[in-house]
Write a protein that binds this ligand. Structure first.
Ligand SMILES: *Cc1c(COP(=O)(O)O)cnc(C)c1O
Length: 262
């Protein structure tokens, strides 16, 4: 085995993997495997610590917590992974880290970079620092908790059953047996112009996903949850009314004074 690959924020289920513990398990086994992490939907929405958690390769992209269109993807690479890549023997060109690293000190790219996306990325990072990363992470945790409060009130089930591992990025919600999550999503889109995520593979048509990543605040979350509740009613999915009020109560009791930005 050369590497252990883990998804940081599992976007199809709305659960978070304990990356540091995976590293500890690899180390406890005395195994030289690299730790590779997909943090495409986790980065900039929930805490991620490349160095501290002993990650060797992280993959991320522009289109989730960084609030940009799709089009940019990037790697963070440890010295250990960089050395391993030199002796891996796999032939590559475009994806070659050596070429990229060789020209890095000059600030240039070996190929034409997505310049306009990089301007956008610069601005996204400035926005995140302006708010303060800890505040950003706390905001998403809070919005995840408020969303789960709404789901519980509706009498529906959050797909992630592992307490403490529920995602601050999105919440996947099971619809009751005998109901179609996709029909519900279509109804919500048609009547309330709200686009909810679909269930993938095993949970296709069984769950819908509420995103609360990126540029979202209490008001936009409340609007989102209202759209879901209206859609549940319109679709005839059995639920208790008042999930939005339950979410608002959760927001009220977890209201926090943002820390001064770094
Ligand atoms: C979005 C996402 C990706 C990338 O998916 P594409 O849309 O195919 O670029 C990969 N992993 C996770 C966990 C994601 O959320």
């Amino acid at each position: 085995m050369k590497a252990v690959c883990v998804v940081h924020n599992e976007t199809s289920t709305g659960s978070v993997s304990p990356i540091a513990q995976v590293r500890q398990a690899i180390d406890a086994a005395g195994h030289p495997a690299l730790l590779m992490v997909d943090t495409i939907s986790g980065l900039a929405s929930i805490d991620f610590r490349f160095d501290e958690w002993g990650v060797d390769v992280a993959v991320s992209g522009s289109q989730k917590g960084l609030m940009l269109p799709p089009g940019l993807s990037f790697n963070a690479v440890s010295n250990k992974a960089f050395e391993v890549s030199k002796t891996g023997g796999m032939r590559r060109s475009y994806w070659d880290w050596q070429e990229m690293a060789a020209i890095n000190p000059t600030g240039y790219f070996p190929y034409t970079p997505g310049t306009n996306m990089l301007y956008g990325l610069n601005e996204a990072i400035a926005m995140l620092h302006e708010e303060g990363l800890d505040n950003v992470f706390a905001r998403h945790q809070r919005h995840g908790a408020a969303t789960r409060a709404a789901v519980r009130h509706w009498g529906l089930e959050v797909l992630c059953r592992q307490q403490g591992q529920e995602s601050g990025v999105l919440t996947a919600v099971l619809v009751p047996e005998g109901h179609s999550a996709d029909a519900f999503r279509a109804t919500a889109l048609q009547h309330y112009d709200i686009s909810l995520g679909n269930g993938l593979s095993k949970v296709a048509d069984k769950v819908f996903r509420i995103g609360h990543l990126g540029d979202i605040n209490d008001l936009t979350l409340a609007g989102t949850l209202t759209g879901v509740e209206l859609g549940l009613r319109k679709s005839g999915i059995p639920h208790s009314e008042g999930g939005v009020a339950a979410a608002m109560a959760e927001l009220e009791c977890t209201r926090f004074e943002p820390l001064a930005a770094e």
